[in-house]
Design a protein around this ligand. Sequence first.
Ligand SMILES: NC(=O)c1ccc[n+]([C@@H]2O[C@H](COP(=O)([O-])OP(=O)(O)OC[C@H]3O[C@@H](n4cnc5c(N)ncnc54)[C@H](OP(=O)(O)O)[C@@H]3O)[C@@H](O)[C@H]2O)c1
Length: 230
Amino acid sequence: MKKQLPFVFSNFAMTADGKIAFASGNFVPFSSARDREHMMELRATADAVMCGARTIETTGTILGNSGEKFRKLRLKHGLAEFPLRVIVSGSGSINPAAKIFRKRFSPIVVLTAARISKMNLKNLRAVADEVKICGKTEINFPSALRWLREKWNVRRLLCEGGGELHSALIRADLLDELHLTVCPKIFGGRNAPTIADGKGFFQLADAAQFKLKSIRRIENESFAVFSRKK
Ligand SMILES: NC(=O)c1ccc[n+]([C@@H]2O[C@H](COP(=O)([O-])OP(=O)(O)OC[C@H]3O[C@@H](n4cnc5c(N)ncnc54)[C@H](OP(=O)(O)O)[C@@H]3O)[C@@H](O)[C@H]2O)c1
């Protein structure tokens, strides 16, 4: 029987000029309180939340559920109290002293590649619940996601960035749904991160195709949902 993939969805806050952070990479929450609540609502529908190494380090996120309200929401959705936490770090460069590793409310899985050094592997094995090697130099996401479904029973996987990880999921044609909050700010900067950095596509015919599923305005922000065009 063909092994199944989880449903993969992502969520980002983006400026009107398409940036998700300043060019310096410095993290400053820039969306409204409503958007941050929206992020927790979405997280409360996911079995697992996944981030790239740089997002974990720059934002200091612990990928929790932000308190009782969202814990109850998760239980209402038939999910575990806290999401499984998945960190992607192909070279294993994620700092083992990052705050997330000190918060033990739910398991942490690190997805890495065979190029990881012995030292990084040893350090990460000491702080994560599981370090999974999937792929030689880059993560083989189809097989990593199938493994997450099989081993950790992940049916809904939420990617919360950053742009490099998100881009890899899109290139592998694994992103089912994108939740995008557009905020009325302009950061500018040629090197400021966007929702899909990494290699990118070079021809219109190859571009990832989505359709607009819904859009609503709440005060000064628009909340859009795009689904993959099959
Ligand atoms: N506004 C928002 O909603 C939002 C959301 C999230 C993040 N952000 C911002 O985005 C920025 C971080 O994004 P980013 O694109 O620089 O980094 P990122 O995607 O969070 O992390 C990049 C790292 O993840 C690993 N990785 C990603 N794709 C991989 C692949 N295909 N194979 C192997 N490893 C892979 C690599 O780790 P190794 O180096 O260990 O190989 C890579 O260096 C921060 O400034 C953050 O504040 C904003």
